[in-house]
Design a protein around this ligand. Structure first.
Ligand code: PLP
Length: 371
């Protein structure tokens, strides 16, 4: 008897690998592998979540009116043009699903976010990977990849796992170079962590252009990764198409309540941003001091830093050494980065500990080499 046969493009998907929270030998560890908020969640969000426990028998509001109103007033948007989903991951899948199919092409950058290849292949589209420029997004390289089959371009800005940021001017130049029938998805999962110029121009484009979708999430800065609330903003036509394939009840009542409370807790947001900026700077400075051991931090505007290991101490050895010491970071050989570790900025103590462990591992590697 024949078993059901999956579509060939489904079996081409390399499964998503989540960040670990335990060491390989099963110990609980400090998790700096998924870019979560080390300061936790806004107390107001936790209270709103707990208060929702009285409503478990009810379906959520399928049209998410309260969430859309809250987001629209916060960011000065048209609530009718907001889509939401089970994390922004779902919104990214909706974008690929509504605008690409078998034979179409979807472009993203080398070292791009690992969900893009999955979202692309899931709908039978062909991934086209644009070369990076020293780990950063290269607009000209992306434009050179465009063909008549291109339907979607995914850009994370700041990018994950590199942390690099493309300026307003670069994003505008990318948009100007794309045909208007190509959907440009600007994934702003880490936008709140950018220092200085807080917006890459994505909002202006999503408000005015017919082909730009900006996505945001409550999982990172807002500390609500457990609750899976993501959203996006685009033209009414784009949003309307995405709504047709959305799961009717993909966001929960408690998660929505927590998200709205988190949005309005500006103290917690500012505290997180300030903490991240300060410790990211400190971490970068400390990695720079380890330059003679071959360590290099890729410039980051996110809540993590990609550290490259180009000396005696390899990324793999550093990954294992950190794990032995109880700290889990992300080693990404499967994403073409066997020489890099993506390290989330943790609390003050955690961040200092990571640097101290790296210093010790470098010293150990030198002693071993000298022997
Ligand atoms: C974490 C992340 C997301 C989304 O996470 P959700 O929890 O699904 O909202 C989206 N894009 C990038 C680049 C990310 O790193």
């Amino acid at each position: 008897m024949n078993a059901p046969v999956p579509k060939p493009w489904i079996m081409d998907i390399a499964p998503y690998i989540p960040g670990k929270s335990r060491t390989d030998d099963g110990r609980k560890a400090v998790k700096l592998s998924s870019n979560e908020n080390p300061l936790g969640t806004s107390p107001a969000a936790r209270a709103a979540f707990a208060a929702a426990a009285g409503n478990l028998e009810r379906y959520p509001d399928a049209s998410a009116v309260e969430l859309r109103e809250a987001l629209a007033s916060k960011y000065d948007l048209d609530p009718a043009r907001i889509i939401y989903g089970n994390g922004s991951d779902e919104v990214l899948h909706l974008a690929a699903g509504a605008f690409a199919g078998p034979g179409d092409e979807i472009i993203y950058v080398n070292y791009g976010f690992s969900v893009y290849p999955i979202a692309t292949r899931r709908v039978g589209a062909v991934p086209v990977v644009a070369p990076d420029s020293d780990y950063a997004t290269d607009v000209d390289a992306i434009l050179a990849c465009v063909t008549e089959k291109t339907k979607v371009v995914f850009i994370a800005n700041p990018n994950n796992p590199t942390g690099t940021y493309a300026t307003r001017e670069e994003i505008a130049r990318l948009h100007a170079g794309l045909r208007s029938d190509i959907l440009l998805v600007l994934d702003h999962a880490y936008a709140e962590y950018i220092e200085g110029e807080i917006d890459d121009g994505g909002w202006d484009l999503a408000k005015s252009a017919p082909n730009v979708l900006v996505t945001r999430t409550f999982s990172k800065l807002y500390g609500l990764a457990a609750e899976r609330i993501g959203w996006g903003y685009a033209s009414a036509e784009i949003i309307e198409a995405m709504h047709r394939i959305r799961l009717p009840f993909s966001i929960t009542i408690a998660g929505t309540a927590a998200a709205i409370a988190a949005l309005n807790d500006t103290d917690f947001v500012e505290h997180t941003r300030t903490h991240n900026a300060a410790w990211r700077r400190w971490f970068n400075d400390e990695i720079a001091k380890l330059g003679n051991a071959g360590l290099r931090a890729v410039p980051s505007q996110a809540n993590f830093v990609l550290v490259l290991f180009e000396g005696e101490l390899t990324a793999e050895a550093a990954y294992k050494g950190l794990m032995d010491a109880g700290y889990i970071v992300r080693w990404l050989p499967g994403q073409g980065l066997p020489h890099g570790l993506r390290i989330t900025i943790g609390t003050e103590d955690e961040t200092k500990a990571v640097v101290a462990i790296l210093q010790r591992l470098i010293a150990d590697a030198r002693t071993t080499a000298a022997r």
